[in-house]
Design a protein around this ligand. Sequence first.
Ligand code: MG
Length: 267
Amino acid sequence: MARQTTNKHKKSIKVMGSILSLLILFGLVLMAIQKENPKEALGPWAIHDPNRPLPPVVNPGPPLPPVPPSSDAIIIFDGTNLLNWVDEKGQPARWKVESGYLEVAPGTGSIQTKVGFGSCQLHIEWAAPYPPKGSGQDRGNSGVFLMGLYEVQVLDSYENKTYADGMAGAIYGQYPPLVNACRQPGQWQSYDIIFEAPKFDADGMLLKPARMTILHNGILVQENAELTGPTAHKARPPYKSHADKLPLVLQDHSHPVRFRNIWLREL
Ligand code: MG
């Protein structure tokens, strides 16, 4: 009787071992598929899917004074002028420069840096208009476009619902933020973006997709996310070969969003 029990015991350990091996194998295959096809990493969600779960709300603490740039940083906006920027036609940027910040002048178009950047660590501070006006995407909307192509959404997501992949801290149309770390409108907020530019070979084939890690108000909201291509509204276009360095763009989405203290470190 005792021997029978031991045999049964051994058998069940063997079965459990096989199941475990199968599960590990399944996990590895799944990881390999995800690595090969970033679209898998997006899960079953269609672009701007209203059913995609919204991330939990996290209070990031009170606003902070401007974060001083490091000694090796390139200062893109120091609060005094727009000399490093032009509009979409290459003409002087017409956004408002006030005491220490710049503000979207609705209707004048997006602005872009005169010089291009590739992989970088970008620090940028922004504030949504106060009092808040509108709802969903129509409230405190702007955007930080790395290389003019890859948008980190700027939106007043404080008690303002919209589709998950279009909230503050989202990689627009691709990845919702891990948490909603938005401060109240009118308060200064920060993004720290670690951006790895995509790489293409001489024939224009994609060698390495773009990646982003983002802190919103010091809170991790994107962790090494692999972009499926340029960001777009209601579309996930594929990569198209481009230069190693392209201008940084800030979006005019018709709302007087403010920015200050913009600097980056090239990587
Ligand atoms: Mg936007």
